[in-house]
Design a binder for this molecule. Structure first.
Ligand SMILES: *[C@@H]1O[C@H](CO)[C@@H](O)[C@H](O)[C@H]1NC(C)=O
Ligand SMILES: *[C@@H]1O[C@H](CO)[C@@H](O)[C@H](O)[C@H]1NC(C)=O
Ligand SMILES: *[C@@H]1O[C@H](CO)[C@@H](O)[C@H](O)[C@H]1NC(C)=O
Ligand SMILES: *[C@@H]1O[C@H](CO)[C@@H](O)[C@H](O)[C@H]1NC(C)=O
Ligand SMILES: *[C@@H]1O[C@H](CO)[C@@H](O)[C@H](O)[C@H]1NC(C)=O
Length: 630
């Protein structure tokens, strides 16, 4: 009716007048109905007004529900409806089914959402996942290089494009919320999460926060959570704060530092993340000067929320409250009290939700947690949900499934691989450099445990939490990249672990040796010798003593390589490149230049650690920023 009024100019005046009258009454009618629709459901209302309107309608139980995040494996319609979960997550490797398709993911998440929307107030839940190098739990998703490699690109715009692609691959499985980026400033490569850090220099990490406007779209204001469109996601800056500075690089350890240094080194990237409107911030398992970050009221409530004016949502890490005592969960109720009073808004519980909710309820009833604190937490959670457009678009957009592992994203990942490679050596004095490799050689050898293994080249946080060797997802191995780069006449011989006699006098023009670390992630990955695993050393020795070779190292950090450099013609640090192995061959054969610069100091021996750029005693094998060119 309204529409016909608009086009009413062409019809007879009397009919037009009648139409205007009808139109007026229908508008009045619409207005009448709209007063029955709660303000929080009005998409045109201001976000802050919607938050306040909804907050005042909520019971304490509903508020505590919003603060609860549980793991997908224990969520179902009945507990979603009974306990009002605000969020559900996939832990590392937690999938609806093995090799689940994008549609399977959407069906699962929409099922949870349907239950959430059926509750009294119909508050949508927010599904979250660790998409830390692409949407990495999902079979067939594009796996980008881990952050240590991206740091070597020194290219913020590339990070922005990777953020955009990752958001689309998350939305392509129905997921609006990712636990990335990691803004750790890793100061010691013994730490098993060092590859999740863009580098050891806070300025480098700051520049790489450009991934946030990629994930979320353009910011709408400092400190204000902003998510541009239904093709973007809410991001998480993590782990606040000091995760990369722990003593001896021990995971979840203690960062000892003056406040001034702590802010300058570890907090600085959060200034940028907040300025770029990051929607959520995750707290670190680590301690600062002996105090667990999860219960650090000064740093969370005073510094982050008040001084830095962060208006988004603070989330705990997985079982972060349990883990704030030793042994874990020793005094859970007290940890809940300390954590929530410190300023945690949403708790990644993620299993024992009844114990969590009962604890919060009793603590509020006994006034051990002030109601003001609960309201602050829920305001922030709702603010992120309204900003995300979840109330208007609670369900997956089925048109986006083709984004997962799309050719455009694989091309982007391949570009990122090319730009992340760092050339450490090319040629010995007086000899012609081996690189770029001759693609017309008649016979070449490719060797090593990492030459033809997708799992190894992706590292941890790939399909599973710790990652694993083998054919774990779709992609192109480095061997496949080499095979497609050489001329059709070139014979490529591949041997995973050749013995000492294999390479000798077989007429190989050269060998490409691809070795490195086995996949690992947090905790399990802590390593205090940082040697190349034994089989890799054997392969280098066996092959490079018999034929001119380039070693391509696949690793989440610099390793001890000084002893092997003299026997190799060329050495390339390829980090953890992900699914697009052709990015490595693109550069080895000279189709593209080497342009990566070390995002970390390359030490000679582990006795030198920690050693970072700017240190007084700085005597590395390769300086921070080093990288040769053709
Ligand atoms: C839902 O999950 C809970 C465990 O979190 C379980 O105890 C309960 O039986 C499940 N309910 C249904 C209907 O599957
Ligand atoms: C738990 O913490 C509370 C508050 O600090 C304390 O009173 C209580 O004794 C603790 N309980 C245990 C078993 O440590
Ligand atoms: C939940 O908490 C109770 C009581 O602390 C404990 O006995 C139980 O093992 C916990 N369940 C899980 C799944 O962690
Ligand atoms: C890896 O798995 C894919 C998909 O199942 C298959 O096409 C490919 O041949 C496998 N590659 C290897 C080396 O086994
Ligand atoms: C180095 O440390 C790793 C991790 O702790 C261990 O698995 C490996 O055996 C160690 N290697 C040597 C040569 O000590």
């Amino acid at each position: 009716m309204y529409k016909s009024c608009i086009s009413g100019e062409s019809i007879l005046p009397s009919i037009f007048l009648l139409c205007v009258a009808l139109c007026y009454s229908s508008l009045a009618l619409a207005k009448g109905t709209s007063s029955d629709v709660p303000l929080y459901k009005n998409p045109d209302a201001n976000v802050e007004d919607r938050v306040e309107d909804l907050l005042k309608r909520m019971t304490l139980e509903e508020k505590i529900g919003q603060m609860t995040q549980v793991e997908r494996s224990i969520a179902n319609s009945s507990n979603i409806e009974q306990y009002f979960f605000g969020s559900i997550l996939s832990g590392g490797g937690s999938v609806p089914s093995e090799r689940a398709s994008p549609t399977d993911w959407m069906d699962m998440i929409d099922g949870f959402q349907k239950a959430a929307l059926s509750t009294r107030l119909g508050i949508p839940l927010m599904y979250g996942i660790d998409a830390v190098h692409g949407n990495n739990n999902v079979y067939g998703a594009t796996i980008f290089p881990h952050n240590i490699g991206l740091g070597c690109t020194r290219e913020p715009d590339l990070l922005k494009r990777i953020g955009t692609a990752t958001a689309l691959e998350a939305r392509g499985t129905g997921i609006p919320y990712v636990f990335a980026p990691c803004l750790a400033v890793c100061r010691n490569p013994s730490w098993g999460r060092c590859y999740e850090s863009y580098g050891e220099d806070p300025d480098l990490v700051r520049s790489m926060t450009e991934i946030i406007p990629g994930l979320q779209g353009n910011p709408s204001g400092v400190g204000i959570p902003s998510v541009d469109t239904q093709r973007n996601v809410a991001a998480t800056a993590k782990h606040f704060v000091g995760d990369g500075g722990t003593l001896n690089g021990i995971d979840e350890g203690n960062t000892l530092s003056s406040f001034r240094r702590f802010v300058g080194t570890h907090m600085a990237p959060y200034f940028d993340a907040i300025a770029k409107g990051v929607a959520t911030i995750m707290i670190s398992y680590s301690s600062y000067n002996g105090q667990k970050m999860h219960t650090n009221q000064f740093l969370i409530s005073h510094v982050l929320k008040k001084q830095l004016q962060f208006k988004g949502m603070v989330i705990s890490d997985w079982m972060g409250l349990d883990r704030s005592t030793d042994p874990w969960g020793a005094n859970y109720t007290n940890s809940v009290r300390l954590g929530i009073n410190a300023g945690l808004d949403m708790i990644m519980v993620p299993f024992n939700y009844t114990i969590f909710q009962e604890s919060v309820l009793s603590l509020v009833q006994s006034k051990s947690i002030p109601m003001k604190r609960i309201n602050d937490a829920v305001r922030r959670i709702l603010r992120v949900k309204f900003t995300l457009g979840l109330f208007e678009h609670p369900y997956a957009d089925r048109s986006l499934t083709s984004m997962v592992g799309s050719q455009a994203h694989r091309d982007l990942a391949r570009e990122a691989v090319r730009k992340s490679l760092v050339l450490l050596k090319n040629g010995n004095p007086g000899s012609t450099p081996l690189l770029p490799l001759d693609r017309k050689a008649s016979k070449i050898l490719v060797a090593g445990s990492h030459a033809n293994d997708i799992g190894n080249q992706c590292g941890g946080w790939t399909i599973t939490w710790q990652g694993s060797s083998g054919n774990t997802t779709k992609g192109t191995t480095i061997l496949e990249g080499i095979e497609s780069a050489v001329s059709s006449e070139t014979e490529v011989v591949f041997k995973e672990s050749p013995d000492a006699s294999f390479a000798k006098n077989k007429g190989f023009a050269y060998a490409v040796v691809v070795v490195g670390e086995q996949p690992y992630a947090e905790y399990v990955g802590d390593n205090f010798n940082l040697t190349i695993p034994k089989e890799g050393i054997e392969t280098i020795n066996n092959v490079c003593s018999a034929v001119k070779c380039v070693v391509v190292l696949i690793s989440g950090r610099p390793l001890v390589i000084e002893p092997y450099l003299p026997m190799v013609e060329a050495f390339v640090a390829a980090w953890l490149p992900g699914t697009e192995g052709q990015g490595v061959s693109d550069v080895l054969f000279g189709d593209y230049p080497f342009q990566g610069k070390l995002s970390r100091t390359w030490f000679k021996t582990v006795n030198q650690l920690p050693m970072n750029v700017g240190d007084k005693h700085y005597d590395p094998l390769f300086d921070y920023g080093f990288g040769l060119h053709y």
